[in-house]
Design a binder for this molecule. Structure first.
Ligand code: ZN
Length: 229
């Protein structure tokens, strides 16, 4: 068998394995996804924090108004002698005092909420910086590895026409058929009396006859097999 069949198989196998390696490279998709998710969480936390701050300002304004009203009604109460007015003012002051208590409580709750949101925003900002750096790292690594594999592939592919040119039309036809039939590994080699692909021990008769045959095939996997004379 023409040794060029085996050489071409070796070349094609390395082209296939380099292509697979390239396909398996991490192009940064999952790192970018992580970064985008973090950014979305940060945006949401910032929006929530702005909302809480706005509500806090509103409640603080209401508290101020309520305190002003309480002071005004208390001043009226001090100068009022009419029993009817006194009881109405006392009721009013009671209601306003209750409102002030509720507002105090609400404001304290909002301040707590604002503080934990600020903390969360800070954490997410750090996380975003980390994920952005990771995207940069993975994308950089991808660019380097990808360029390296492309260069190796180009070198291998450049060798192919010369090697393929060493095959006769019949040999080319046999090579292609076996390549397709055996999913990319159509030619094996007898190494220490065994098929290099399927590992089967080849019979002595076969090993004796094969070197002079044009297209010997492995007794077990039926691949074309190169047996040195
Ligand atoms: Zn075999």
């Amino acid at each position: 068998m023409n040794r060029a069949l085996l050489d071409l198989q070796h070349l094609d196998s390395s082209i296939i394995s380099l292509s697979r390696e390239k396909k398996a490279l991490d192009d940064g998709t999952s790192a970018r996804q992580q970064r985008d998710e973090t950014r979305a969480l940060l945006d949401a936390a910032r929006a929530e924090e702005r909302g809480v701050t706005a509500t806090l300002r509103t409640r603080e304004g209401e508290l101020e108004d309520t305190e002003t009203k309480i002071a005004r009604q208390k001043a009226r109460l001090n100068t009022s002698s009419n029993a009817h007015d006194v009881s109405a003012l006392e009721r009013d002051i009671g209601g306003l005092t209750k409102k002030r208590g509720d507002l105090d409580e609400t404001i304290l709750g909002l301040m707590d909420e604002g503080e934990s949101l600020q903390k969360r925003v800070g954490e997410l900002e750090k996380e975003l910086a980390r994920t952005e750096a990771e995207v940069g790292r993975v994308e950089g690594e991808f660019a380097t590895s990808s360029a390296d594999l492309d260069a190796q592939l180009a070198r291998k592919r450049a060798l192919r026409p010369t090697l393929a040119g060493k095959l006769s039309p019949v040999e080319t036809e046999k090579y292609v058929a076996s390549f397709k039939k055996h999913s990319g590994i159509g030619v094996s080699e007898a190494v220490k009396g065994s098929c290099s692909v399927c590992g089967t021990t080849l019979s002595r008769d076969f090993l004796r006859a094969a070197p002079s045959e044009a297209f010997p095939q492995c007794e077990s996997c039926s691949r074309l097999i190169f047996v040195a004379g």
